[in-house]
Structures are given as structure tokens and as C-alpha cells.
Ligand binder design. Structure first.
Ligand code: ACM
Length: 638
């Protein structure tokens, strides 16, 4: 026993000696395996890089890296071929390493010989570079030279590969328009965390954002609307003569440029044309696509109310924003649209939307009744399914595969369609059980339009989704075959996102969590470590001038009432080791104010509670002012 104890103590001291003085590595997403080998590699002022310079994908990857070194560190590079000695080597494996697949890599940093990244494919080299960048000081993310940085890389051996091939972000460029340069910036940010799929939501009630040459009115009319600002969804109805000067679209040249930009960074772009619902912009441009009389008066939506969402869940349109499934012109229209879309985007899938189709106008349409009779369709689910199946045929005739939101399950799935499950995991599970491919994208875990904290401080949206919840996302539900789960994706809808700064705020740090959800092995995930790594990433976002939310430091509030009619406030934090301080006297609390250590009773005459979080002497949360009147409401006392 004594011997065992001694051995244990001995082993502990070896481990301690190994880790002592080593700052932890803070790589996101967590790699499959990381071994610290001791010491570090000092980057010289001029670097030799060996790679297969003839291979454009490899050359691009290396050049993207060396440009960052040049910009932030002033380090220049000289190119040599792989037979020569070099401080940095990018090599493709002679013998395929089956375990790491197409995107995996091996990264070795030695104090003596420098850096080697090896992979089966250029994509693996690219991901090795993303990890290497995270081993360099945060200043590497600067777009200007940063003096007095010690450009060292800790010596490591990292072996890494992704859990899922589909690691996506959906960016809604309709509700608010984001320029080609914004989209490029978004891609730049995504790839640092090994996300590889950008789903562009290109059409909706509020705009049509892609040039279709055979249907010019889609963009001359459909891309423009009356400009409104405030809380989207409650705007006044635009008058017929108000100027329609908000909007924009991507020309086909822009799309080609974006596709190339994405490809150079190993990102696929998935285009979405959302039909048959969410189609007001298309109808404003071509009213004949509707079967509803008066559709010629419809305008692109500016954010006024066009749908009702009663608690029953049976939503309905106040106007008919759907393409008419009984109208042959609609299928001719879609054939033209998908012909051009398929030519522009090399990705194998096209997304047809298919979500939230309000069918209250369909119920009464004689054209729909005739279609049901002719096609023997028993109900509106089957009408919708008839539409989806016809769209699938069109998409497949262009050499592409169809994917749609999980409503495409209603009335029977089209034969080969893939499902993007957004109303929870249920639709995805159902589709996988029917042997269809699935991308998990549920509101419960990955809706990045939801607030990151409490609405008392966040820009208001109807729901919250905190960082910790995103970190709990597993795209592979128990009992489902991995074969059908292509991966996961988060969705950034932009009704309340007016500009790029706010798009970034809504994305980060939640996309860090997403990246571990879809890249890392589940047993490698660890919330406490993830929070530390997230904090270590923040200076990188500062250097790259990327906005992010600090909501994870703000407390979670809960309220209840007691028998005396008093309000009880219960506070907690999702980040460990913080102290919460508060006041009821309207003054700003700091670290010397009372510490929250148990539920607090609100003093009878208080009207406001102010709360802030600290780590030691450092304020980390924002000062939050919580009106007592709002507490009463939440406690159900009003
Ligand atoms: C969706 O959020 N309507 C797909």
C-alpha cells in the first residue's frame, strides 16, 4: 500500500513538473488529443515554409496563414519545397490516415525543428492552421503590426478530426441586408472555429436577395422595401407612396465571388429559397404566383405584422404570402429560379425552406380544391407535400439534392429530401428513422437570434438561449443512427439584427459552443474548461475587432412570492466562481456591496434592484437594473 502511495505521489509530481509553468492551451473546438511535449518554438523574423506550392488549395491555405504572420507580427516567409528543411511544413500524407478522414490533421510543434502540419487533404491542413493560430499569441488576429509580442508557439502534438461533416451557421441576409463584404467577414470569423457551412437565407417576405437574370423583377422590386427602425414585427404598415429605399441583393457576380471566397476557406455555401410560405417579396414582384385576388397590391414587408400566432399554435396569415401550389406558373417560376441557383452554387444541396406556411387562404381557394380532387390529396398537409415533391423534382433535375425545414415531413416526405430539424430534435429523429439525411438545428439549443441573457438587459427578442444551453447541444440524439445525422447548425435570423456589429454580438461566444458541439468528441467537452477557453478567446476577438456578448457573466434571475406577499429573488450564474452584488437603494453596486448568498426578499418599498457580478475585484457582469414591477409580473403576483 505504501509503495502504491509512493508511486502515486511520484506520478503526481511528474505530472506537476510537466504542467508547472505551462499556461493552458485554450483551443476551441477542443481537439481529439493534445500532448504537451515541453518547451516552445520561437518564430524567427523570417520563416521558411515548405509546402506543395503547385496545389492551389494548399497554396491558398498557407498564404492565408503567412499573410496573418506578416500583418500582425511582421514576419516574412520564403517558400521552399518539401524536400528542403523549413521551420514550417505543410504536408499531405503519403499513406492515408483513415481515422482523421478528409478534414483531420496532425500538428506537431517542436522547439528545435519547428512546425509540421500533416493531413490527408488540404482541408486538414487548413484546420491545422486554425489550431496553430490559436497557439500563437492573440495579437496574431490583429489587422495591424503589434510590436513587442513574443511570437512563440508551445511545443505540442495534436491529433484532431471532426465529429460531424456539417458544421453550419445560417445567416439571414433578408430581414436585414448584409453586404458581400459583411458575408466575407462572417466566413472569416466562422472558419477560425472550424465551422464549414454557411447557409444563406436568401429570400423571404422582407426581400429577395439574389439576382435571377430571367426574373429581373425579383430584385428590381423584390429586393427593396420602406425603411423602418425600432422593434421589427410591430412596425406601422408602409404607405403606398413611401420610398422603398432599404434593401439590396447579390448580383450573380457577387455570388460567384462569395462562393470562391468560401471555397478558399473550405466553406460550402447552402442557398435557401424559402417557398411556398415566406414568399411575399416574390409575390410583390410577380403577383401571378398567388391565387389570392388582390395580391397585385402586396408590397415587400417592412416589418409590419402579417401573421397571427395564437397560443393554440395554429398560425394564420393576415395576407397570403404563399406561392400557390395549384398554379403551374409557380413551378415554371421555380424551374427558372433553381436553374440559375444551381449554376451559381457548387454545393450539392439546395434549401427550399418550406417552413411556417400559413394555409388559411388555401382552405378557401377553388384552385386548391380542384388540385386536391385531381391529385387525390386528402388534406392541406398533402397539398403541401405535393408542392414539396414537385420542388424536389425540379431541384433534382438541376443535379442537386433537396433539403428543407422539418415542415416538409408534413403530409409525407419527398423521396430523397434531407430535413433540417428546427422545431426541436423531433423532426430530425423522425426523418432519420425514415432513412433520410438530417441536419439538427433546433430552437432549443442553437437559435442565435434568441437573447443570450435576460430581456431586462439584452436587446429584446421573444426568447432566451444562454451559452450553457448551446454547449449542451448534441446533434446526435440517443438511439438514432449516426449515418443519417450529417451534423448541426445554428441559425441567426435577423429581424432584430440591423447591422454587422450586432450580428457578431449575437453569434459570439455562442458559436464557440456550437463549434465544440459539432467538431469535438462528446467526452472531450467540459463546461468549466470551456468557459476558461472562451475567456482566453475574447482577446483574440478584441484584436480582430469582432463584437461579442459578455452575457455569460450576468446572473440568471428567478422570482417567486411568499405567503406574506413578498417577492423572493433567486440568483445564480452559469459561470462558476463569481460573486453577485446588489442594491435596492438605486445606487450602483460594486464588489463592496452585499454579496448574494441566499434568496433575497425585496424590501417593501423598493422599486428597483441593481445587480452586478465580480470575479474577485474585477467587474465582469454588466450592471442590471431590475424593476420590482417586472419582478412581480414574473412571480405571477400581478
Ligand atoms: C424557422 O425558424 N422558421 C425555420
Amino acid at each position: 500500500m505504501k509503495k502504491i502511495l509512493l508511486l502515486f505521489v511520484g506520478l503526481c509530481s511528474i505530472t506537476l513538473a510537466k504542467t508547472q509553468g505551462q499556461t493552458p492551451l485554450n483551443i476551441i473546438p477542443e481537439p481529439v488529443s493534445v500532448e504537451r511535449v515541453g518547451g516552445q518554438f520561437q518564430l524567427p523574423a523570417s520563416l521558411t515554409i515548405a509546402a506543395d506550392w503547385e496545389n492551389p488549395a494548399i497554396r491558398n491555405t498557407v498564404m492565408l496563414f503567412s499573410k496573418k504572420l506578416e500583418t500582425a507580427a511582421g514576419i516574412s516567409e520564403s517558400k521552399v519545397d518539401l524536400r528542403q528543411n523549413a521551420a514550417l511544413r505543410f504536408q499531405i500524407n503519403d499513406i492515408v490516415d483513415l481515422q482523421i478522414g478528409e478534414e483531420g490533421y496532425l500538428l506537431e510543434v517542436s522547439p528545435e525543428t519547428g512546425v509540421t502540419i500533416s493531413a490527408n487533404q488540404p482541408a486538414g491542413l487548413f484546420y491545422g492552421v486554425q489550431t496553430l493560430l490559436q497557439l500563437l499569441p492573440p495579437a496574431i488576429e490583429s489587422s495591424a503590426l503589434v510590436p513587442q509580442v513574443d511570437w512563440v508557439i508551445p511545443a505540442v502534438k495534436i491529433r484532431d478530426y471532426p465529429r460531424f461533416g456539417w458544421r453550419g451557421m445560417m445567416f439571414d441576409v433578408v430581414r436585414h441586408f448584409f453586404s458581400k463584404e459583411d458575408v466575407k467577414q462572417y466566413i472569416d470569423q466562422m472558419v477560425k472555429y472550424k465551422l464549414n457551412l454557411l447557409h444563406l437565407h436568401l429570400t423571404d417576405d422582407e426581400g429577395w436577395r439574389i439576382e435571377i437574370k430571367s426574373l429581373p423583377r425579383l430584385t428590381t422590386v423584390g429586393a427593396w422595401r420602406v425603411n423602418k427602425t425600432g422593434t421589427f414585427g410591430n412596425f406601422s404598415k408602409p404607405g403606398p407612396n413611401e420610398p422603398k429605399d432599404y434593401g439590396g441583393f447579390y448580383t450573380q457576380e457577387d455570388i460567384r465571388e462569395l462562393v470562391q471566397y468560401a471555397q478558399d476557406r473550405f466553406v460550402n455555401i447552402l442557398p435557401e429559397v424559402d417557398v411556398p410560405g415566406h414568399s411575399l417579396a416574390a409575390i410583390a414582384a410577380y403577383p401571378e404566383l398567388s391565387c389570392t385576388p388582390g395580391a397585385d397590391k402586396y408590397q415587400v414587408r417592412s416589418g409590419e405584422k402579417i401573421m397571427e400566432w395564437p397560443p393554440s399554435g395554429h398560425f394564420y396569415g393576415l395576407l397570403d404570402n404563399t406561392l400557390c401550389p395549384a398554379n403551374e406558373k409557380v413551378y415554371d417560376f421555380l424551374d427558372k429560379v433553381f436553374t440559375e441557383v444551381a449554376q451559381l452554387f457548387p454545393f450539392e444541396y439546395i434549401h427550399m425552406g418550406g417552413d411556417e406556411t400559413a394555409r388559411n387562404f388555401w382552405e378557401k381557394m377553388p384552385e386548391i380544391k380542384a388540385l386536391m380532387k385531381k391529385e387525390n390529396l386528402k388534406n392541406l398537409d398533402e397539398v403541401q407535400s405535393y408542392f414539396v415533391k414537385r420542388v424536389e423534382k425540379i431541384v433534382e433535375s438541376k443535379g442537386k439534392k433537396l433539403i428543407g425545414w422539418d415542415e416538409i415531413l408534413q403530409g409525407g416526405l419527398a423521396p430523397n429530401a434531407a430535413v433540417m430539424s428546427w422545431r426541436g430534435l423531433k423532426g430530425g429523429i423522425e426523418a432519420a428513422q425514415q432513412n433520410h439525411e438530417v441536419v439538427m438545428s433546433p430552437t432549443t439549443y442553437v437559435y442565435f437570434d434568441y437573447m443570450q441573457g435576460d430581456k431586462i438587459i439584452e436587446p429584446p427578442v421573444y426568447a432566451s438561449l444562454r451559452l450553457k444551453k448551446v454547449y449542451e447541444f448534441d446533434p446526435l440524439p440517443p438511439g438514432v443512427s449516426k449515418k443519417y445525422i450529417k451534423g448541426g447548425q445554428a441559425n441567426l435570423w435577423t429581424e432584430q439584427v440591423y447591422n454587422m456589429r450586432h450580428a457578431e454580438y449575437m453569434t459570439w461566444p455562442r458559436a464557440f459552443a456550437l463549434s465544440e458541439d459539432v467538431w469535438s468528441q462528446p467526452e472531450k467537452k467540459n463546461w468549466t474548461r470551456f468557459v476558461q477557453k472562451t475567456e482566453a478567446q475574447f482577446p483574440r476577438l478584441d484584436f480582430s475587432k469582432t463584437k461579442y456578448a459578455t452575457s455569460m457573466y450576468d446572473p440568471v434571475f428567478a422570482f417567486s412570492g411568499n405567503a406574506k406577499g413578498e417577492i423572493i429573488v433567486t440568483l445564480s450564474t452559469e459561470v462558476e466562481g463569481l460573486s453577485i452584488h446588489y442594491s435596492f437603494d438605486n445606487s450602483f453596486p460594486d464588489q463592496y456591496y452585499p454579496v448574494y448568498d441566499k434568496p433575497v426578499i425585496v424590501p417593501k418599498d423598493a422599486s428597483l434592484m441593481k445587480v452586478v457580478t465580480y470575479r474577485g475585484d474585477q467587474q465582469v457582469g454588466r450592471i442590471i437594473s431590475f424593476p420590482v414591477a417586472e419582478m412581480k409580473k414574473r412571480a405571477g403576483m400581478q
